[in-house]
Design a protein around this ligand. Structure first.
Ligand SMILES: *Cc1c(COP(=O)(O)O)cnc(C)c1O
Length: 445
């Protein structure tokens, strides 16, 4: 039978739309917008069933750090598969989870030396929120059980995580199920008043936090923040001075600082962890997404000695109680260990710095485009807003980009690139070209 690329694609699309309920999607929209059946991926490229290739500018939802099929991660997972695929982590342990915990703790300078595992980012948020409240309860202060979050923040979509997420589209339908949290002003520098710079916006946002804590510290357990870049809310970037102020205020008012680095951790903002740029450590650090290089689901919450110590007791009920069947899965831990090896062996943080600068030189056509506002970068994240983006812009833009051979998914009127760290300059140039052309198409009539 002759290979029919279009037919092969169409068959998979039809079966998927009948049986698979896709995430973050109005299924009916696929009557008009294409669903892409991917059969293979290598490096920064995805290949569909019809043999068409797409340049992955979003690291497959921000998880894929070193390209698809990275041989060292493949090897690590295969080798682990031959020894131990999984074992429960209650009452049992294994080398990969021990090593990963030791190495992650060491990467925080020993400040966050206790690792608690789950499989997805939202669960890491839930765990951090539970740990914080339980800590205050164990300290005899059960009234400290409220959370603070930032405008435009995103921490996942399970009910606890959604309660500290400020993205109306994801929240509104589930509002009756959510426990109210206080939402404070974001330090997003785009909110600068005339004459204000990013540092001043950060100070102003910190002042609002201070005023809130002056009134409500007695009922507040923790503040949760996405350090340096609020990603899903539209790649809103802020000055590290904000994080330094959060740390100081959390110390002064006895409130936990939860850093949600699920998206920005593992080098995305130019340092291994984003909070390092403020010269501070959080009390709880949530990590996921890039942790396995995009190979397997894994998340972890790292906690300080002081926090951990409050749970160490003769009574089970004072221990941290959160059960998940696949906690510390050895295959995922093996992938994560391979990722840490790559960071070390390839000097990824330094290499990314050079790469990002070289890529900056290619962004001229976008920077200088009159329709582009707030062109910005943090580490390996580039973003810009589109002036006067009409309703339905994001979907139209994504479709136009696909037609140009690039996977770019705008967040509302914000277009961004979050490429794998192995993208080449030629590929990035192609991306910039596709992004410009998609702008023309998406803004046409
Ligand atoms: C993606 C994300 C989450 C949720 O992670 P999932 O694995 O999708 O549940 C939480 N926080 C931030 C900052 C994220 O970007």
């Amino acid at each position: 039978m002759k290979h029919e690329p279009a037919a092969a694609n169409a068959a998979l699309v039809e079966r998927s739309l009948r049986a698979v309920w896709h995430p973050c999607t109005q299924m009916k929209a696929h009557e008009r917008f294409p669903l892409i059946p991917v059969v293979e991926a290598r490096g920064c490229w995805l290949t569909d069933a019809g043999g068409r290739r797409y340049l992955d500018a979003v690291s497959s939802w921000w998880v894929n750090l070193f390209g698809h099929g990275e041989p060292r991660i493949v090897h690590a997972v295969k080798a682990q598969l031959d020894r131990l695929e999984h074992v429960l982590l209650a009452g049992f342990t294994h080398e990969p989870v021990i090593q990963l915990s030791e190495r992650l703790g060491a990467l925080t300078g020993g400040a966050l030396g206790h690792a608690f595992y789950a499989s997805d980012g939202a669960s890491a948020t839930e765990i951090a929120l539970k740990m914080s409240t339980h800590y205050w309860r164990n300290c005899g202060r059960p009234g400290k059980n409220r959370f603070l979050c930032l405008a435009g923040g995103y921490h996942g979509e399970t009910l606890g995580a959604l309660a500290v997420t400020d993205v109306p589209l994801f929240r509104d339908a589930y509002e009756p199920l959510l426990r109210a949290a206080a939402t404070l002003p974001s330090p997003d520098w785009r909110g600068a008043a005339p004459g204000e710079d990013a540092a001043a916006v950060a100070q102003r946002a910190a002042l609002a936090l201070e005023q809130h804590l002056e009134a409500h510290a007695a009922s507040t357990a923790a503040i949760i923040v996405e350090p340096l870049v609020q990603c899903a809310g539209g790649m809103a970037m802020h000055h590290p001075g904000y994080l330094a102020r959060v740390r100081a205020l959390c110390d002064r008012f006895e409130v936990h600082f939860i850093a949600d680095e699920i998206a920005v951790g593992f080098g995305r903002t130019g340092t291994l962890f984003a909070h390092e740029q403020a010269g501070v450590r959080p009390d709880l650090l949530c990590l996921s997404k890039g942790i396995t290089g995009g190979f397997l689901p894994l998340s972890v919450v790292l906690s300080s000695d002081a926090l951990y110590a409050a749970f160490y007791d003769d009574h089970t009920a004072r221990g941290f109680l959160h059960s998940h069947s696949y906690t510390g899965n050895p295959l995922a831990c093996a992938a994560a260990l391979a990722v840490l090896d790559i960071f070390r062996d390839d000097h990824v943080i330094a290499a990314n710095r050079a790469r990002a600068q070289a890529f900056d030189a290619l962004t001229g056509p976008l920077r200088e485009d009159g329709r582009v506002r707030h062109f910005r970068r943090s580490g390996m994240i580039w973003a810009f807003d589109v002036a006067g983006a009409p309703p339905g812009f994001a979907r139209r833009y994504a479709e136009a980009a696909l037609a140009e051979g690039a996977l770019i998914r705008p967040l509302g009127e914000t277009v961004y690139f979050m490429p794998p760290y192995v993208m080449e300059a030629g590929e990035f140039a192609l991306l910039v070209r596709a992004a410009r052309r998609a702008l023309d198409t998406a803004l046409e009539a």
